[in-house]
Design a protein around this ligand. Structure first.
Ligand code: ATP
Length: 364
């Protein structure tokens, strides 16, 4: 029978547990042995009790719990070949023939590298006597399937990532809570949202909470003087009788001149120019936590089932698949092409080439 390992890696996101649960339940129903790697790539490198056989009892209650109960970690050792050699040895010892990895673009790049190196890792293990010739032959194929677990929704190839919608819910709940004080005191609040190079969380939560103004990295304000542009909008809303002002700022927001836009600068502008009693709220990790919303549970479950099916359908020559969602359908994209494009977008934003970043995103 097939032996599948499931693991979560990189930053946690709500819905990762639902992935683990569905891989275990569906995988075992298909006659596979399912293992979980605890603590991401670190667990793969350490082996031993970090790779554990799972059954329906192991994942009881997982569906509604946020984050990942099998743990995640950033692992330096896996970035180097000796670390990946240990990981390969641990998988061969356990008899695993496929890996389902739920993580961000870093985790998925690592996964792709691991698969491309697999034959040479086995060869090296055989030459050093750590595995036999027979084991090398038996394990010559390793299937790797990626699932995108990330609150940022920044992966090319998919419309939505596991955990992003829950994160928007968290941000909206926080803005709704802040609204109470804003309305009572007629205050302005400047709220910083996560998302690194990607403004999706800010855009979605800004729309869902009726923010007055948002700042995102992909579309810096068109005006040289964004300060006046923002104040004009806020003043117009105030003139219409609005008692509260909400500005949502992505952590990677930039102005037209590519200078970071910081929440405290916005606070000072609203205070000095409009005389508004203004407070800053940095939401931080509250955005990542909590029980997954129904959408993320459903997304994680359907994608995990597709991942097990992809493992069962994989051939030695087929490229590693990434389970995606496009126009409300589960689709399969080549893992490496999606990872490369995601990294190109991040690089274009880092080097301030917004036109390229936007065209890459629009065509994804
Ligand atoms: P998030 O989007 O939340 O940051 P991520 O998966 O992108 O998630 P990373 O910290 O970039 O998070 O990667 C997680 C782990 O994947 C790293 O700690 C490392 O072990 C492994 N990894 C990342 N990039 C590579 C790579 N190029 N080669 C080998 N392993 C890698």
């Amino acid at each position: 029978c097939r032996k599948i390992c499931v693991m979560t890696s990189g930053g946690d996101s709500s819905g990762m547990n639902a992935v683990v649960r569905a891989v275990v339940l569906y995988g075992t129903s298909k006659g596979c042995d399912v293992y979980a790697v605890y603590e991401g790539y670190q667990g793969l490198v350490d082996g031993g009790h970090q790779i554990r056989k799972m059954d329906s009892h192991s994942v009881r209650g997982f569906l509604s719990v946020g984050g990942t109960s099998i743990g995640t970690a950033r692992c330096m050792a896996f970035r180097e070949r000796p670390g990946r050699l240990k990981a390969a040895h641990n998988l061969v010892k356990t008899g695993v023939d496929s890996l389902i990895i739920c993580g961000g673009d870093g985790s998925l790049s690592g996964a792709n590298l691991f698969r491309s190196e697999w034959p040479s890792l086995l060869e090296e293990l055989r030459k050093t006597g750590e595995i036999s010739e027979e084991q090398e032959k038996l394990h010559k194929n390793m299937s790797i399937v990626g699932l995108v677990g990330s609150i940022d929704n920044d992966m090319s190839g998919t419309d939505i990532t596991i955990g992003a919608v829950t994160s928007v819910h968290r941000i909206c709940e926080a803005i709704d809570a802040v609204n109470t004080t804003a309305l009572s005191h007629s205050r302005a609040f400047v709220i910083e949202a996560m998302g690194r190079h990607c403004g999706w969380l800010t855009l979605a939560s800004g729309m869902a909470s009726g923010a007055d103004f948002i700042f995102i990295p992909e579309r810096p304000p068109a005006e040289d003087d964004w300060e006046s542009a923002m104040c004009n909008v806020v003043k117009r809303h105030r003139d219409l009788g609005k008692r509260k002002t909400i500005i949502v700022v992505a952590e990677g927001a930039l102005d037209k001149h590519l200078k970071p836009i910081k929440v405290n600068d916005i606070k000072d502008i609203l205070t000095d120019r409009l005389g508004l009693d203004t407070r800053v709220t940095v939401l931080g990790h509250t955005q990542r936590g909590g029980s997954p919303c129904a959408f993320d549970r459903i997304l994680a479950t359907t994608q995990a089932i597709a991942a097990v099916d992809a493992v069962l359908a994989a051939t030695p020559d087929s490229p590693s698949p990434l389970i995606c969602m496009n126009e409300n359908r589960t689709t399969i994209q080549p893992l490496m092409a999606s990872v490369e494009k995601t990294q190109q977008v991040a690089q274009a934003i880092e080097t301030k080439d917004f036109a390229k970043a936007i065209s890459l995103r629009d065509n994804q």
